[in-house]
Design a binder for this molecule. Structure first.
Ligand SMILES: C[S@@+](CC[C@H](N)C(=O)[O-])C[C@H]1O[C@@H](n2cnc3c(N)ncnc32)[C@H](O)[C@@H]1O
Length: 138
């Protein structure tokens, strides 16, 4: 698993429009690894099984993606204290980008800084699809 360098690097804060958000405790340089979106790495079949059991609040933590021609999902619905699952969406000015990293033949979703990030700035990335909140607040 990938660990952020120089822990503690983040703090959590409650945003009126998005629930919890992740914020930088110190400055982060462009290109730096920031945090991993951790959870269970599951197949598409397992995703369909879990989807039937989950409440929508848990389903919000299912990250679906394609990797090497197959559909995958990181299920981060468990409150395990990891930071990646707390990062919110910003499709206009994200400061991080998700990259798929191969580790022992399995995909890991890692966030890297798109630009220098200042202390106190919220960590964000573009979730990549259209989400209802994008038209609900500016
Ligand atoms: C992976 S969670 C992110 C952490 C979440 N804010 C929390 O409190 O646990 C994804 C959920 O956060 C909320 N969210 C993320 N980005 C948002 C945004 N820009 N505006 C409003 N809600 C957002 C949505 O409810 C979404 O389903």
């Amino acid at each position: 698993m990938f660990e952020p360098i120089g822990f503690p690097v983040f703090f959590m804060f409650l945003l009126y429009f998005a629930g919890r958000g992740l914020f930088a405790k110190g400055s982060i340089c462009k290109g730096d690894f920031v945090v991993e979106y951790r959870g269970d790495i599951i197949s598409d079949a397992e995703l369909q099984r879990r989807r039937k059991r989950y409440h929508t609040s848990s389903a919000a933590f299912m990250f679906e993606f394609k990797w090497r021609g197959k559909s995958w999902c990181i299920d981060a619905s468990r409150e395990d204290g990891s930071f990646g699952r707390i990062v919110n969406d910003d499709h206009r000015h994200p400061n991080c980008k998700i990259k798929k990293i191969d580790m022992n033949g399995k995909p890991h979703l890692c966030l890297f800084a798109l630009n220098d990030i200042k202390e106190g700035e919220e960590i964000t990335y573009d979730y990549g699809e259209d989400y209802p909140w994008r038209t609900q607040h500016i």
